[in-house]
Every structure is written in C-alpha cells, then in structure tokens.
Design a protein around this ligand. Structure first.
Ligand code: G
Ligand code: G
Ligand code: MN
Ligand code: NA
Length: 262
C-alpha cells in the first residue's frame, strides 16, 4: 500500500505521536512552553519525517484530518497537564500553509478549546509568512477571530519570507520566531556570514520589539549562541542546547523539575 494510505491508517489508529520541544526565557532560563512536533513511525517503513509526510498530507487532502488530529492531541494533553496540576505553560502547534488555506482553523480550534475547556491563551499557533500572504485579508479575519478568544500566534521561520513591516503590523501576532538558519552562525568568529547572521538577528529583535512582539530564537545549539542572543535582547529560545523535542513522559519530567536552563 502507498504512503498516504499508511498515513491515513496511522491517523485513524491514533498511531502518530507528538513530541514536545521546550521553550525557555533567555534571561532567567525559565521554562515557558513547548512546540509540539509530529512524529510518525510506520510499523514496516520505520520513522518517517514530517518534512516528508506533511507535504504528502497536503497533496492528498489528508492535512485536514492530520491537522485536526494534532490540534486535538495537543489540547487534550494540555488539558490533562492542567488537571494534574502542572505549572501552566503555552503549547505551540504548527499550522502549514496549505492547511491554513484549506481548513477553517478558527472553527476547528474554537471547537476544541470548548471541548476541552482549555484556556485559549495557553495555545499558540505557528504560521509562516507565506501562509498569511497567500490571502492576507482572509488570514487577518481568521487570526482576528482566534485572537479575540485569546489564542496567540507566532510567525514561524521568520526572516526567510518577505513580509514587510507594514504588512506585519496588520496581523494580530504575538511572537516572531527567528529561523534557525540565522542562529547557526551567530557565535562563530570571522566565519563567513556570522556578522550577517548577527545583524539579521539584531534586526529581527529590533523589529519585533518595535511592534511590541516577543522574539524567540529557534535551533539554538550552543551556550555561545545563547550568550549572543542574550546580548541582542532576544526574549525566548528553543533548541538542542536546552533540549530536543521529547516524548510526553520526558516532557512531564521537565515540567516537574522546572525552572532552569540545563
Ligand atoms: O520536527 P522536525 O524538525 O523534523 O519537523 C520538520 C518540519 O515539519 C518542520 O518544518 C515542522 O514545522 C514541521 N512539522 C512538525 N510537526 C508538524 C505539525 O504538527 N504540523 C505541521 N503543519 N507541521 C509540522
Ligand atoms: O519549521 P519549524 O521551525 O517548525 O521546525 C522545527 C524543526 O527544527 C523541528 O523538526 C525540530 O526538531 C528542529 N529543531 C529544533 N531545535 C533544533 C536544533 O537545535 N538543531 C536542529 N538541527 N534542529 C532543531
Ligand atoms: Mn515551528
Ligand atoms: Na521554524
């Protein structure tokens, strides 16, 4: 059977998994939230990366079910953590561009928040610039509706797209995520591009703060990168330096032992 039939089967059988990558405050190392990241292991083919199956789900229309599945799974998990008395954190869920175009996520998310009595302000949706720019007025309406309920929005992979400041300030977003590609070279002395990466990161922090937004750096792998981000005034970060995306139980251990950088 083909890969998309396997994926459909996996969704129906609840055989996908969500891993959580913690997000921290740069200044004091406090655990603030986590990005939910899908993981799929096919019984015969082994692990298949979301970089492969998300585009497939988009092509086949399965993204509707898949997107709904991951939102439900994360909100349900968030509800459980709340009920169990874990400290409140914000959970971030990726919404792909085609998913955003095809699924009325305002309705989908609104319903799930009600079903699980989940506080809207503990949910963040990550969207790319290109998803917003495909149909800016529709995007604005959808974001507005969810923002009114309290849902947060982050712009994922920021800096790799082409949105202008003028466009950006018209969307009710809360966070800019500095793309990993600009974080990679942040701390290398004299390496080609490292001065550029620092300039870009500095500009994004300035732009974000100028618009009243939080700025988060992703893909932070070293203490040196984190030190540069602290110098630049970047607010939050995630990355292998602190933690990889981890399964639910491991994340619970992090929640229990919070706060603190590793
Ligand atoms: O976790 P990893 O780095 O392998 O993810 C690869 C890509 O897949 C990233 O771009 C990430 O945003 C995307 N991705 C992971 N989980 C989800 C998900 O639940 N929904 C969507 N739309 N994309 C996801
Ligand atoms: O596109 P998006 O930003 O959602 O993708 C997040 C992806 O980046 C996930 O697949 C996650 O596993 C990966 N990731 C997170 N932190 C790091 C890191 O420090 N280094 C590397 N190489 N990948 C990371
Ligand atoms: Mn993301
Ligand atoms: Na990203």
């Amino acid at each position: 059977i083909d890969l998309s039939a396997r994926l459909r089967r996996a969704i129906e059988a609840d055989a996908l998994e969500v891993h959580y990558q913690p997000q921290y405050n740069v200044e004091d190392g406090r655990l603030l939230g986590a990005e939910a990241l899908l993981r799929w292991t096919d019984p015969e083919l082994g692990p298949i990366s979301p970089g492969r199956f998300i585009p497939l789900a988009e092509q086949t229309g399965l993204i509707v079910e898949l997107g709904g599945w991951v939102l439900r799974r994360v909100i349900e998990q968030g509800h459980r953590w709340r009920a169990a008395g874990y400290p409140p954190i914000r959970l971030a869920v990726n919404v792909s561009a085609l998913q955003f175009q095809r699924v009325p996520i305002d309705q989908q998310v609104g319903q799930l928040l009600e079903d699980f009595e989940f506080p809207a302000d503990q949910l963040e949706l990550e969207i790319t610039e290109s998803a917003l720019m495909a149909d800016p007025s529709r995007a604005r309406r959808i974001l507005q509706r969810l923002r009114e309920r309290g849902v947060h929005f982050a712009i994922d992979d920021f800096g790799t797209g082409y949105s202008s400041m003028a466009q950006l300030k018209r969307f009710p977003v809360d966070t800019l995520k500095i793309d990993k590609s600009f974080v990679d070279g942040l701390a290398e002395d004299d390496a080609a591009g490292s001065a550029d990466d620092r300039s870009i990161a500095r500009s994004i922090v300035g732009l974000g703060h100028g618009l009243g937004l939080t700025v988060l750096a992703e893909g932070v792998e070293t203490a040196e990168q984190l030190a540069v981000l602290r110098e630049l005034g970047c607010d939050h970060y995630q990355g292998f330096y602190a933690s990889r995306p981890v399964p639910t139980l491991e994340f619970e251990a992090l929640l229990t032992s919070a706060p603190g950088t590793p």
